[in-house]
Design a protein around this ligand. Structure first.
Ligand code: TPP
Ligand code: MG
Length: 363
C-alpha cells in the first residue's frame, strides 16, 4: 500500500513557511542590488565641478590644519580627513539641509565643510579662538552647530551612533521628514552600543543612515586584526537592516548609494547601513607616525585610488581643461589661507567663558 507522504512536524513547517515569506519581503539585499546595477551617480558637469571643489576644500583645509599643528598653533588632538573626502561629499551633497541632521566622531572637520559651514569658524575652533564654532572651547574633536543640524564632533568612540539614534527618533517623533546621517569608523563598529542602537532603530523603523567609514585602521590596528567580520555592510543583518558595500574613494559611487539609501529611509523603510571603503593617508592623529603600515601601501592608494584625482580624470575626459581645474585649486588655497589668517588674528576666549555652556539651561 502506497504510503501517504510523511507530514512534517506542524510547528516546524509553520515556522519555516513564515520565514520564507518574510525573507521574500525582506529588502536586505535590494538596495545593494540597485546600487550594483549602475553604481556611479549620473552627475551633470556642474555637479561634478561642485564635488571637485568641495573635496579639494577639505583636502587643502586639512593640509593647512596639519601645518598649523606643526607650528604649535593647534593644540590637543587633531585627526585629519585627508583621503576620505569622497565619503562626506558624496553623502552630504544628497541631504536636505533644511531637515536632515548629521553626527560623527572626532574626525569631523571634513563633515563640517561638506555641510557648508564657514571654514573661518572651523579653523578658529581648531586654534582655540573666541570666534570658533564652539567659542574655542571644543577644539578639533568637539565642534557643534545646531543651526546647521550638525551634532558633533564626539571623542568617545561609538557614542555618536546611539546619539544619532536619538536624533532619528526626534525626526520621527516630530514627523519633520528629516533623517539622521550617523558616521562611525571600522573600530567603532565593534562597540556594543552600536548594536543596541541597530536593534532599536530597526524595531522602531527610525529614519537613520548608519555610515561605517572603513578606512582600514582603528588607530594602529588593521581591521583584520580587530574584526571577526570585516565585511562591515553585513553587520546589520541580524537586525534586518539592509546593507550597502560602497567604494568610498569615488564620490559618484558614494552619491549613488546615498540616493538609494535616502529614498528608502524617506519612504519609511527604516534604517540603512552603508559601508564606505576608504583610506586615510595621514596617521590616526597628528601625533601618530603610522609605523604599522608601509609607505608603499599609502603610495599605492594615493597613486591609484585618490578620490580627487579620480574625479579630475572624469572631468578632463569629459572636456574640462587642466587650466580651469588649476584655477579652482588656486582659489581654494587662497580661501584656506584666509581662514588661517582669520583664526590667527582672532582673540582667545575670555577666562569667564570657562563658566558658560556648561549646562544647557541656567540652574
Ligand atoms: C570608548 C573609547 N575607547 C577608546 C578610545 C580611544 N580611541 C580613539 S580613536 C580610536 C580608534 C577608532 O577607530 P575607527 O573607529 O576605525 O575610526 P578612525 O579613527 O579610523 O576614523 C580609539 C580606540 C576612545 N576615544 N573612546
Ligand atoms: Mg578606522
Amino acid at each position: 500500500m502506497a504510503q501517504s507522504p510523511k507530514k512534517p512536524a506542524k510547528s516546524k513547517k509553520a515556522s519555516s513557511a513564515k520565514s520564507a515569506q518574510s525573507d521574500a519581503e525582506f529588502v536586505l539585499h535590494s538596495l545593494q542590488d540597485a546600487h550594483e546595477k549602475s553604481p556611479r551617480y549620473d552627475a551633470s558637469e556642474e555637479e561634478m565641478m561642485q564635488f571637485y571643489e568641495q573635496m579639494l576644500l577639505i583636502r587643502r583645509f586639512e593640509e593647512k590644519a596639519g601645518q598649523l599643528y606643526g607650528l604649535g598653533l593647534i593644540g590637543g588632538f587633531c585627526h585629519l580627513y585627508i583621503g576620505q573626502e569622497a565619503v562626506a561629499i558624496g553623502l552630504q551633497s544628497a541631504l536636505d539641509n533644511d531637515r536632515d541632521s548629521v553626527i560623527t566622531g572626532y574626525r569631523d572637520h571634513g563633515h563640517m565643510l561638506a555641510y557648508g559651514i564657514d571654514p573661518n569658524v572651523i579653523m578658529a575652533e581648531l586654534t582655540g579662538r573666541q570666534a570658533g564654532i564652539s567659542k574655542g572651547k571644543g577644539g578639533s574633536m568637539h565642534m557643534f552647530s545646531t543651526e546647521h543640524k550638525f551634532y558633533g564632533g564626539h571623542g568617545i568612540v561609538g557614542a555618536q551612533v546611539s546619539l544619532g539614534g536619538g536624533l532619528a527618533l526626534a525626526h520621527k517623533y516630530k514627523d519633520d521628514g528629516g533623517l539622521c546621517l550617523a558616521y562611525f569608523g571600522d573600530g567603532a563598529a565593534n562597540q556594543g552600543q552600536v548594536y543596541e542602537t541597530f536593534n532599536m532603530a530597526s524595531l522602531w523603523q527610525l529614519p537613520i543612515v548608519f555610515v561605517i567609514e572603513n578606512n582600514g585602521y582603528a588607530m594602529g590596528t588593521a581591521v583584520k586584526r580587530s574584526s571577526a567580520e570585516t565585511e562591515f555592510h553585513r553587520r546589520g543583518t541580524a537586525f534586518r537592516i539592509p546593507g550597502m558595500d560602497v567604494n568610498g574613494m569615488d564620490v559618484l559611487e558614494v552619491r549613488n548609494a546615498a540616493e538609494i539609501a535616502f529614498k528608502h529611509v524617506r519612504e519609511n523603510g527604516g534604517p540603512v547601513l552603508i559601508e564606505c571603503n576608504t583610506y586615510r593617508y595621514r596617521g590616526h592623529s597628528m601625533s601618530d607616525p603610522a609605523k604599522y603600515r608601509s609607505r608603499e601601501e599609502v603610495q599605492e592608494k594615493r597613486d591609484h585610488h585618490d578620490p580627487i584625482e579620480g574625479l579630475k580624470k572624469t572631468l578632463i575626459d569629459g572636456g574640462k581643461s587642466e587650466a580651469d581645474l588649476k584655477a579652482i585649486d588656486k582659489a581654494i588655497r587662497a580661501r584656506v589661507a584666509e581662514a588661517a589668517d582669520f583664526s590667527e588674528s582672532s582673540p582667545e576666549p575670555e577666562p569667564q567663558e570657562l563658566y558658560t555652556d556648561v549646562l544647557v539651561e541656567n540652574y
